[in-house]
Ligand binder design. Structure first.
Ligand code: NAD
Length: 417
């Protein structure tokens, strides 16, 4: 059955009504709803990390309107930042008018690095390449499950880095990790291959660890928004905003932060490793040249806006913290069958988030969109109770004076003090 993520007025619904819509869209069961409402148990949290004393809550909102490769998605986003979810939904609605996002991804191949220090690096390089098959075999022996699923080490490459007498050999194991993020799998394989590498080269292995610069695990997304949807001026503003980021590293940093507002929120919601994804994205932004925007925006011959994103996305649908009960429900909500599909959705979210930011920044500015929620936070900071927040916030927005001291005055007036 074709489902539509174009749920108009979702933001106006109560939390209960929204849960009902999500339940219908994603076929959630009673247990899923219970998990959504109760969150992670303290007992489960205590098994995930060390020295647990509590859990910290982050709001989780649903972005609507997404269509990627012809399929509709609703997207759980965990973030403490106001406007991110609304911005993603709005941008996805605009992209929908141009036919949605087109996305693709490479095979889910991660790089495991083995650092070898040896007297003659060039000689060691030859020996390692001669024994490539055996090294790959030893690594693959450690993860028969992954191999049986079609994954495992597929290739091995050798680099020599450093200079003079500090030169070292770096072996890259290229591991297809299927639906996992892959760090445990890759690290285990790198550790398994290391003793044999020491034996054949007479050198000493130091580090055996995954690289977060996942250049072999790339996701891309593209969108075309017709000129009639945005208008010529807005399109020109967005392209100008991109050109600024393309030539100025100070802007590029914030540009990419905006992209990651969306990607990190979904990464967190799905129990994936936010630091791994962030490290990969930002390093990739300076991989081929100096630090660059992760997206590009241009106009086609018809004057439509064309957006593209390309970045490494090491996210899984199996393994690691993606198995925690709350993250399992988030995966059900997205409904991606494979890790590669999830990475494509994430690329689309990053592109949408960037579109929303550039559109706002190049026209009315970003603050207007932030105002309503910001005003509520300020009202709470001023001491407003549950029944007072809305009234104080509304007045702050009307007065365009969103400050704690003014909120305190309004609160006093409201209370007749
Ligand atoms: P994992 O080891 O929990 O799961 C992967 C394993 O599950 C595979 O090795 C395979 O044997 C099995 N498996 C079963 N079905 C599978 C399928 N369909 N696809 C793939 N594997 C399947 O998890 P992981 O993804 O290897 O490790 C992720 C964790 O490692 C994350 O929690 C991350 O935070 C952590 N970590 C990250 C870094 C880093 O990024 N630098 C370093 C160390 C640890």
């Amino acid at each position: 059955m074709d489902k539509s993520s174009r749920i108009s007025g979702f933001y106006k619904l109560s939390v209960e009504e929204r849960i009902k819509k999500v339940r219908e869209f994603s076929d959630l069961g009673n247990d899923d709803i219970k998990t959504l409402k109760e969150g992670l148990s303290l007992e489960y949290a205590d098994r995930m990390i060390e020295n647990v004393i509590c859990k910290i809550s982050v709001p989780l909102g649903i972005a609507t309107n997404f269509q990627v490769n012809g399929k509709d998605y609703i997207i759980p986003m965990a973030t403490e930042e106001a406007s991110v979810v609304a911005a993603a939904s709005n941008a996805a609605r605009l992209v929908r008018e141009g036919g949605g996002f087109e996305a693709s991804s490479t095979e889910p191949v991660m790089i495991g690095q083995i650092q070898l220090v040896v007297d003659d690096p060039d000689d060691a390089q030859d020996i390692i390449l001669e024994n490539k098959k055996q090294i790959i075999g030893l690594a693959n022996e450690r993860d028969p499950t992954l191999v049986s699923l079609g994954g495992g080490v597929k290739d091995l490459k050798v680099r020599i880095v450093g200079s003079d007498d500090r030169r070292m050999v770096i072996i890259h194991l290229l591991v297809n990790v299927q639906d996992a993020m892959g760090a445990n799998a890759v690290n285990t394989m790198a550790e398994a291959a290391a003793p044999f590498i020491e034996e054949i080269t007479g050198g000493k292995v130091y580090l055996r660890i995954i690289s977060n610069l996942a250049t072999e695990r790339i996701a891309r997304a593209r969108c075309v928004i017709p000129q009639r949807v945005l208008g010529e001026d807005v399109i020109e503003g967005i392209v100008r905003a991109y050109e600024f980021a393309a030539v100025d590293i100070f802007r590029a940093s914030t540009h990419n932060k905006g992209v990651m507002n969306g990607i990190t929120a979904v990464t967190l919601a799905t129990g994936n490793d936010t630091r791994a994804v962030e490290a990969g994205a930002h390093t990739y932004a300076s991989f081929e040249s100096e630090y660059r925007p992760l997206t590009t925006w241009s106009k086609n011959k018809e004057g439509d806006l064309v957006g593209e994103i390309k970045l490494p996305l090491a996210v899984g649908t199996f393994g690691g913290a993606t198995m925690n009960p709350v993250a399992r429900v988030m995966h059900k909500i997205i409904g991606a069958k494979k890790a590669s599909e999830l990475s494509e959705v994430l690329a689309a979210v990053g592109l949408a988030q960037n579109l929303a930011a550039l559109k706002a920044l190049s026209s009315e500015g970003i603050q207007r969109g932030h105002m309503a929620l910001h005003a509520k936070n300020i009202a709470v900071m001023a001491g407003a109770g549950e029944n007072e927040v809305e009234k104080v916030a509304q007045k702050l927005v009307e007065e365009k004076n969103i400050r704690v001291d003014r909120a305190k005055e309004l609160l006093e007036e409201l209370r007749g003090e």
